[in-house]
Write a protein that binds this ligand. Structure first.
Ligand SMILES: *Cc1c(COP(=O)(O)O)cnc(C)c1O
Length: 289
């Protein structure tokens, strides 16, 4: 698998923006989840027979772990708190494709505890969304790649922007890059994001800078303006972004861009497999755009 991805100069609403195309790593193993799980892909674990994780039933991490498990010949067990009868009867998106890769899914009232209770010499447990130290390995390599790209393209005074969930991607990029990494919260608020960073890297001196927006957005909720910017990006830039994190990211980024000094680099973090179910939700609510 080729982890080296292009850095492309694009324009959007008359602004030049570089896009780091981590959506192009591979169709199946893409974006920041591929970077986070690269450690498991590149190292040998002779005793390991299974990987266990937990989180939402449409998570991008869940799908990527199902791909990893398939490549490694591991069993994949996944705990979530519910599966609607709608999804059970007509599987779509990440859920459908993870099942096709052999995922065994379980309902649990305490999914985190249940997953972590299975750790042993044959079992790797991956925390929700890859919020753990092992993610540093692949994200440091991404930071090195960005340094190389920036110097080869001769970009002056660059800064990076990416929307956060757990914030792990932004955190490790900031740890290894001398330029400012801007991010925004999509899960919870900024305090939540800082708490997540404290849990992973308590002693880090510089955290990414968090951008705010006037409006509050709730994780996983549908917004007409989010759907609209997704379509505009796809049409104007010719790049499809994910529908869960990126529209909120772009909205907050563009709201603040006048005040950011330097040349912007937007990190595309993949997640396009998950668009199947998000698109269906949006179309049920707003029709096709
Ligand atoms: C998981 C994911 C994120 C959030 O990444 P964190 O490292 O948890 O902040 C953002 N965008 C996409 C497309 C993702 O799949």
């Amino acid at each position: 698998m080729n982890f080296k991805t292009p850095l492309e100069l694009r324009s959007f609403r008359d602004r030049k923006i570089y896009i780091k195309r981590d959506d192009l790593i591979s169709e199946d193993f893409s974006g920041n989840k591929a970077r986070k799980f690269e450690y498991f892909l590149n190292n040998d674990f002779p005793n390991v027979k299974r990987v266990v994780s937990y989180g939402s039933n449409q998570s991008n991490a869940m799908y990527s772990l199902s791909v990893l498990a398939k490549i490694k010949g591991w069993e994949f067990l996944y705990f979530c708190d519910h599966i609607s009868s709608f999804l059970l009867n007509s599987p779509t998106g990440n859920y459908k494709y993870a099942l096709q890769n052999g995922m065994k899914i379980f309902i649990s009232t305490d999914r985190e505890k249940e997953a972590n209770s299975l750790i042993d010499s044959e079992t790797i447990v991956v925390q929700e969304g890859g919020r753990q130290k092992q993610s540093e390995y692949g994200l440091k390599r991404l930071a090195d790649e960005l340094k190389y790209d920036i110097s080869t393209c001769g970009i002056e005074n660059p800064y990076i922007f990416l929307p956060s969930g757990t914030g792990v991607t932004a955190l490790y990029l900031q740890k290894y890059l001398e330029w400012t990494v801007y991010t925004c919260a999509t899960v919870g608020n900024s305090q939540y994001l800082i708490k997540q960073w404290n849990m992973v890297e308590e002693k880090l001196k510089i955290y990414p800078k968090i951008l705010e927006s006037k409006k509050r957005y709730h994780y996983g909720k549908l917004y007409l303006e989010a759907y609209a910017i997704y379509s505009e990006l796809k049409e104007d830039m010719g790049v499809e972004f994910d529908l869960l994190y990126d529209p909120i990211g772009w909205i907050k980024f563009l709201e603040n861009i006048e005040n950011l000094d330097g040349t912007p680099i937007y990190l595309h973090q993949g997640g396009l497999k998950g668009n199947e179910s998000m698109k269906a939700r949006y179309e049920r609510k707003y029709g096709k755009i």
